[in-house]
Design a protein around this ligand. Structure first.
Ligand code: NAD
Ligand code: UGA
Length: 479
């Protein structure tokens, strides 16, 4: 029997776009995305979707109300479904054993318990969330312990590899789809059923099938390897700044080697996003639990290098501004963790802003897609802020880059939005305090042009002309 009805638990950055594309490509299948959050589902059913993702609006408009539905009625969606995706969040644990490293599977467990409670016929249950290796075993335990007559389950692992900002394209033109399942006849049949969904638009040779544990681990491995490339190039950016080499030239030179390749070698203020850090910490924790301390230390270094890059960049800003930003106005351009998304989870901009605020700066922030309420929620989050009133007093969220930079001592570029490359920097310079500084955390601006306007410019991985004023009275640490 072919799959006729799909339910997805979790209407987030993964569940929403993934199921919208499945609905688009499989018009004969009814796809229902459910969430516990009433607000999120209301947004999915409105003209303003809860997430900004290029191309998503169009896909949702084409399918919503036809074969794509967003609902809070979890029970009906589970009852009707032949196949259920679990796309709930799997954050890092904040309390208890493994705190700060292990993945918190409480939402996955809750989802599994809901399915076990409600289901009245056989279901294929698919882990779409990123989970620790062997998580499917824990889900199976819940099903076995709550077994009802006439109801059996097949559990598959089908991790998602989309990146935010390019999610629709990544889903439509996936490099590969990965499906892990049991070797048994039932397992193979379930794998085939899930394959047949993706085969509506993905060539069969790009659909990889493995055992469940390989599939689960491959997701963590892919994120770890991608993040490792960024930390590697960022580590080299520090060498470039110290020697006069240019990290873009180095990245280009090594990227031409087909064994290395050119992607994911863009130096930056550091990687952000909800997953790289969380998934590597999870991998580190797994290695520690498996008594593989050397392997754990190896991957931990990818995170440590990222922390170093963020703090190195921020220290450079403070040092350049005569070693004090107290009472100075600083413009932050970009608050999202990358361009083409409004997502700020683990954004390096949060780290930069928080550090400058702690040093006494006043911030004017502009991001094309991040709303004011999100910026204040991030900066006043109890884990990083003791005095929300102070933050509200010292941060102004602006409607464009010109307003944000007006009257500022420095502009700091934290996100690689393309509109930042086409700003009228002469106009911005005229309205800034002098000397006017630009700190380009994405190595994306035309630095020579900025220097000729009169700016003092600093970036990642390239030593530019030394600022005119280089030494403060309070320190001798500046070269
Ligand atoms: P998210 O926080 O945006 O969305 C998760 C949603 O699940 C939330 O809306 C939450 O309310 C809902 N939820 C929690 N428990 C539920 C339950 N029992 N029933 C129904 N809904 C429930 O998270 P996300 O960014 O979509 O990530 C989901 C998973 O996918 C994570 O494991 C993540 O690591 C992985 N992933 C994310 C991305 C990405 O780009 N964000 C890419 C690949 C994989
Ligand atoms: C990443 C992976 O690319 C996806 O394959 C994966 O599915 C996803 O994590 C996940 O599991 O959540 P995402 O975090 O959305 O996707 O975005 P990326 O494009 O990977 O960027 C992550 C961070 O690295 C951003 O802050 C970005 O600016 C930074 N980055 C990326 C660099 O600093 N340099 C680069 O060369 C590339």
């Amino acid at each position: 029997m072919a799959i006729k009805s799909i339910c997805c638990l979790g209407a987030g950055y993964v569940g929403g776009p993934t199921c919208s594309v499945i609905a688009l490509k499989c018009p004969e299948i009814k796809v229902t995305v459910v969430d516990l959050s009433k607000e999120r589902i209301a947004q999915w059913n409105s003209d303003k979707l809860p997430i900004f993702e290029p191309g998503l609006d169009e896909v949702v408009k084409l399918c919503r109300g036809k074969n794509l539905f967003f609902s809070n009625d979890v029970s009906t969606a589970i009852l009707e479904a032949d196949l259920i995706f679990i796309s709930v969040n799997t954050p890092t644990k904040v309390i208890g054993n493994g705190k700060g490293r292990a993945a918190d599977l409480k939402y996955v467990e809750e989802a599994a318990r809901m399915i076990a409670d409600i289901a009245k016929n056989n279901k294929i249950v698919v882990e779409k969330s990123t989970v620790p290796v062997r998580a499917a075993e824990s889900i199976a335990k819940i099903f076995i312990a709550n077994q009802k007559p006439g109801v059996s389950y097949q559990i598959l692992s089908n991790p998602e590899f989309l990146a935010e900002g390019t999610a629709i394209n990544d889903l439509l033109n996936a490099d590969r789809v990965l499906i892990g399942g049991e070797e048994s006849a039932g397992g193979k049949e379930a794998i085939e059923k899930l394959c047949s969904i993706y085969e509506h638009w993905i060539p069969r040779k790009k659909i990889l099938t493995t055992n469940t544990w390989s599939s689960e681990l491959s997701k963590l491995a892919a994120n770890a390897l991608l993040a490792q490339r960024i930390s590697s190039i960022n580590s080299l950016s520090a060498v470039c700044e110290a020697t006069g080499a240019d990290v873009s030239e180095v990245a280009r030179a090594v990227g031409f080697d087909s064994r290395i390749g050119s992607k994911f070698l863009q130096p930056s203020v550091g990687f952000g996003g909800s997953c790289f850090q969380k998934d590597i910490l999870n991998l580190v924790y797994i290695c520690q639990c498996l008594n593989l301390p050397e392997v754990a230390a190896y991957w931990q270094q990818v995170i440590d290098m990222n922390e170093y890059q963020k703090s190195r960049f921020t220290a450079k800003i403070i040092e350049s501004l005569l070693n004090t930003v107290s009472g100075k106005k600083i413009c932050i351009l970009g608050f999202a963790f990358k361009c083409n998304t409004g997502d700020t989870r683990e954004s390096p901009a949060v780290y930069v802003a928080k550090t400058l605020l702690d040093e006494g700066a006043t911030l004017k922030i502009y991001d094309p897609k991040v709303e004011e309420i999100r910026i204040f929620e991030d900066l006043t989050h109890p884990t990083i802020c003791e005095s929300p009133e102070e933050i509200r007093k010292n941060v102004l969220v602006c409607k464009d880059a010109y307003t944000a930079s007006e009257g500022c001592h420095a502009v700091v570029v934290c996100t690689e939005w393309s509109e930042f490359t086409t700003l009228d920097y002469k106009k911005i310079y005229e309205r800034m305090m002098k000397p006017a500084y630009i700190f380009d955390g994405r190595k994306m601006l035309d630095h020579e042009a900025l220097i000729s306007i009169g700016y003092h410019v600093q970036t990642i991985g390239k030593r530019l002309g030394k600022p005119l004023v280089t030494r403060s009275w309070s320190t001798n640490s500046i070269a």
